[in-house]
Design a protein around this ligand. Structure first.
Ligand code: NAD
Length: 405
């Protein structure tokens, strides 16, 4: 595994757990974790359960006793690590969004296609597909219970940077993160809705906003979700040197420019004829990690809310009218996706289980010689949507077609 902070911890927990919960054809060995700071990566290895710590991810790629590389770093290093790993014949799990640009994502999808010919597998970490209620929603759509889909309504709402004093962490810098709320959380709802509907987004009309244009430079990287990279070097630091000219221009000492979106909103069309709205923001005051999706079809509707992730709301328009109404399905039955391995009905699961399910599906696919989903092609399709959103927003919200991976 490369990177050991927020996703590194979530993935480690899943790797530690997966063989204890699911009966799988292969046994996971957590061989080594890579970081850049020797003391920190050693401590992380101890805490997270890795046998060894190394300070250069290339060491992992070069080793014969490693079969799979799990990439949990910011987007600026995904392509380099994934391409090297696939070229060395290692299976790859790469966190989302797949890359910081369409060009990188295309290279990765193409490398995955080449690697597939030798039985090497690649998967992108859109873990919300593996929440049982989301997988059940997918089943309902596949079984035709929603009929023809007309509306998709998706929002992913957070509020962790509403304070203007919150520092300029890597997620707020384009060169490290690729984009802001759009790629970080918008990517999740794009993948989730394309997955559950089985339909690609074909075009968008978008707007983005950056509410706070400059932020204090971070003292040191720390924390699970806040920061990962070193303090910015180059242009932001130079601007921050409070020269008389800088002061005159109103540039505060010790600040740098936010170079990504704080919020992204867009209208979209799906290939099956549905129309959709998407909203991704880090400024929804009070909303911590609110991911909501509602789908309306000719035969029914369904709604999912991550803050109530054990539940799925389902409305069956074919039921007798006297008994129609939204049903709250408690998705904890053994018949529900992934649940037979866990607890008796009604004994709830949480956020981290989605990662355990992700590892289960990946191990099954690798052992069974099949392609895990979401594939790098699926993730490239998401990247094409993100790119179209940015181009539309830069072009006065003009209608922008989304290419096909
Ligand atoms: N699936 C999800 O729900 C989800 C949630 C959060 C983040 N993510 C994704 O996971 C990735 C990591 O995000 P995070 O929240 O874990 O970030 P983080 O800041 O918590 O951790 C990033 C880690 O990467 C390390 N790192 C950075 N550059 C490196 C390099 N060049 N070589 C080695 N290590 C390096 C950092 O030291 C740190 O350990 C991002 O792509 C992000 O979009 C996914």
């Amino acid at each position: 595994m490369v990177g050991y902070a927020f996703m590194g911890a979530a993935h480690s927990q899943a790797w530690r757990t997966v063989n204890r919960v699911f009966d799988l054809p292969s046994q996971v060995s957590m061989v080594a974790v890579a970081g850049r700071d020797p003391a920190k990566v050693n401590a992380a290895a101890q805490r997270l359960g890795w046998e060894q710590a190394v300070t250069d991810w290339r060491e992992l790629v070069a080793r014969d006793d490693i079969d799979l590389i799990d990439i949990c770093t910011p987007g600026d290093s995904h392509a380099t690590i994934a391409l090297a790993a696939l070229a060395a014949g290692k299976h790859v799990l790469c966190e989302k969004p797949l890359a910081n640009s369409v060009a990188e994502a295309r290279d990765m999808a193409s490398a995955a296609a080449t690697a597939r010919e030798s039985g090497v597998r690649a998967m992108c970490g859109f873990n919300y597909r593996r929440v049982p209620a989301v997988a059940l929603l997918r089943r309902l759509v596949e079984d035709g219970r929603l009929g023809e889909i007309r509306h998709v309504r998706a929002a992913y709402l957070q509020d962790w940077i509403t304070d203007p004093q919150f520092p300029l962490v890597w997620r707020l810098r384009r060169e490290l993160a690729g984009s802001g709320a759009l790629g970080d959380i918008g990517a999740h709802i794009v993948d989730l809705t394309q997955y559950v509907t089985g339909q690609r987004i074909t075009g968008v009309s978008a707007l983005t906003e950056t509410f706070i244009k400059r932020r204090p430079l971070p003292a040191e990287s720390s924390g699970l979700s806040a920061s990962a990279g070193p303090a910015p070097s180059g242009p932001p630091a130079t601007e921050a040197s409070a020269s008389p000219a800088a002061e005159e221009a109103g540039i505060a000492a010790g600040t740098g420019p936010v170079t990504v979106d704080d919020a992204a909103l867009f209208l979209a069309r799906l290939e099956g004829g549905a129309v959709a709205t998407y909203e991704a923001t880090r400024f929804a005051t009070g909303r911590k990690n609110g991911l909501r999706v509602e789908i309306n079809g000719s035969l029914g509707s369904a709604a999912f809310d991550l803050e109530r992730l054990n539940e799925l709301e389902f409305y069956d328009a074919t039921a007798p009218s006297a008994r129609q109404g939204f049903t709250r399905i408690l998705v904890t039955e053994p018949e529900h996706p992934y649940l037979s391995a866990w607890w008796p009905p009604g004994h709830l699961i949480g956020y981290e289980h989605s990662f355990t399910h992700q590892m289960r599906d990946l191990i099954e696919a690798v052992a069974g010689g099949t392609d895990p989903r979401p594939s790098f092609d699926d993730a490239l399709q998401v990247q094409l949507v993100l790119d179209a959103v940015e181009r539309s927003a830069a072009n006065g919200s003009g209608w922008t077609a989304v290419g096909h991976a």
